[in-house]
Design a binder for this molecule. Sequence first.
Ligand code: SF4
Length: 372
Amino acid sequence: MTFSETLHQGLPQSAVLRRFAELVAPCDDAALEALAAQAAATTRRHFGKTMRLFAPLYVSNECVNICNYCGFSRNNPIFRTTLTLDQVEAEARHLAAEGFRAILLVAGEHPKFVSNTYLADCTRRLRAFVPSVSIEVAPMETEEYRHIVDAGADGVTVFQETYDPVAYAPLHPSGPKRDFAWRLDCPERAYAAGFRRIGIGALLGLAPWRTEAVRLAAHVEHLLKHCWKASLAVSFPRLRPAASGFNPQFPLADRDLVQLVCALRVAFPEIGLTLSTREPAHLRDGLAGLGITMMSAGARTEPGGYTGAGREALHRTERGKSVPLAAAEVGTAEATVQFEIGDPRPHSVVVARLRQLGLDPIWKDWDAAINA
Ligand code: SF4
């Protein structure tokens, strides 16, 4: 039974989920401090002092979906572009020169610009000099994923946005993403295709966080049972300002985010926990010692963000239709970001700070030879 079928029948009941629900229940400061101490000790026991680093590489900001909260949403009048294979390689070489050995290819959902063949070609190019290539793109069928796995990609990330189907529907009024169950079962299709790193998460702020957290934990428990050969990671994307101008109805306080990270670490000691540059530097530094095991650094959230590639193909879209740039925009406009970065520190500063905190930044922790 897939997770969407399981969830449709009601939340599973297990000792782990009951324990997790207790850990995310409202608590006083003393209880939160005790939870944080337990999370820190658990992380140290299972991951040592390591912090794996990765970089997102946006290849396109075209999108056919309307997601009310996203800067790339179809009807937003923004500057868009899709990188050529040479440009993707140039961006990746820039990141590799900075030290990154794990790259996450990110794209909006637009089959005309970002097909599975294009992603397989990107992966093939990058695997010549990048040991770990993952994707965060539109959900696909298992057979479509296989081409990308065969090209050398090892990981897939797909956020459910919200695990509440009632909240999900009005947030996704148009496009293939309207299909809640199709998205929810994406990690299992990716696993069946051979991906061995799976990332999931909820976009925090779209629904009451404690309810989301328990469903997210149920998803973790399901994937640990059904996709047991994969390494599982949970991300904590919290809504950031974007071209959508969306105001989250259920904003998540820093304290809540800390409780969520620590609760997941204590309930699931061996899964990866990922924190992106959406969050401000002080919070990332604090959470680094508590439960987080993977971080992006020096990230950009627009195609061509690292090298300026793709500007020659830049155009604007209005209500999904492409329109030429105005004369004043030619040569000056840049691709629009998906959301504003919360931690703008260069990767070198993040690395130095992690070392100051007693952590060992890890650029590469996986090689295809291990699976072979
Ligand atoms: S969240 Fe993804 S699918 Fe939705 S508009 Fe943004 S890029 Fe497109």
